[in-house]
Design a protein. Structure first.
Length: 276
């Protein structure tokens, strides 16, 4: 993968707070290009599990940051979530939904950040204001978070990545919400160039509903140099917990959103963040 595409992939996955770095921006990369697998790949021979219908507890999150889903007050009753607690929740969802994936520890997720934050060096952005979310902002926002993740999918294909993060500082989540807004407005389409190469990142919002207070789904494409990568990214927040599912090259983006929503709701339920 070229430095320019690596930077583009980092920008495309910026709202994941770094978890997309593990997939190397995988997906439909064009003839003859084999994308790297994440630090923890899906188990050999594993297939995506059977997903229940997602909890119809809210409406799609608007780009203005409107809260949807459970009644207000969830965060005030929310316990502190350690990395071990998040890993246990991810492991439970992995087993219950039959995902057959591999747990990604906070250490393995965080290990990808230094290289990722340097990926945008020397890259020209248009609009220039989008340079910040291609590395510094998204990486800095997760350094102090409790993290856990899961890589799962079909063996031999780019895996889906689940990332769960819990924050002690709400201002970091506010920063990530700013990034969400940016990729829907001023950075909905970004051109990046370096050493004569150019790629274009395009973000389109998809309808999504989860039991979280806020939900956002994006269909993102990274195109250039005769290749194209597609990602569907669904992010959700309740209180201090942010959950993101990134699915590379889905055949049906809307079906991918429903699958991701089911996984997100399962994590929320395991963490006790769905009010019944």
């Amino acid at each position: 993968m070229t430095p320019l595409r690596a930077a583009a992939c980092l920008l495309a996955g910026s709202l994941l707070a770094g978890s997309q770095l593990l997939t190397g921006c995988t997906g439909t990369s064009g003839p003859g290009e084999q994308d790297p697998s994440p630090a923890g790949t899906a188990s050999s021979g594993s297939q995506r599990g059977t997903f229940p219908a997602s909890t119809d507890a809210g409406t799609p999150r608007s780009s203005t940051g409107t809260r949807t889903g459970p009644a207000a007050g969830t965060a005030s009753r929310e316990p502190d979530f350690s990395p071990n607690r998040l890993e246990a929740a991810v492991a439970s969802v992995n087993a219950n939904l039959g995902l057959g994936g591999e747990i990604l520890t906070g250490e393995s997720l965080r290990a990808a950040f230094p290289a990722g934050s340097q990926a945008a060096e020397g890259v020209t952005f248009d609009p220039a204001a989008c340079a910040g979310i291609a590395g510094t902002d998204s990486v800095a926002a997760v350094q102090d978070a409790s993290l856990a993740g899961l890589a799962y999918g079909t063996a031999g294909e780019a895996p889906t990545v689940l990332n769960v993060a819990a924050y002690a500082d709400d201002s970091l989540l506010d920063r990530l919400e700013y990034i969400d807004e940016a990729v829907l407005t001023g950075c909905a389409e970004v051109k990046m160039s370096k050493d004569g190469q150019q790629v274009t990142i395009t973000n389109t919002q998809l309808d999504a509903s989860t039991a979280a207070e806020q939900t956002l789904a994006l269909n993102t494409t990274v195109s250039g140099a005769g290749s194209q990568t597609q990602l569907v990214v669904v992010s959700a927040r309740t209180g201090s917990v942010r959950i993101v599912v990134s699915m590379p090259a889905p055949a049906d983006p809307r079906a991918a959103v429903q699958e991701a929503a089911a996984v997100i709701d399962a994590v929320l339920e395991n963490l006790g963040l769905i009010l019944r």
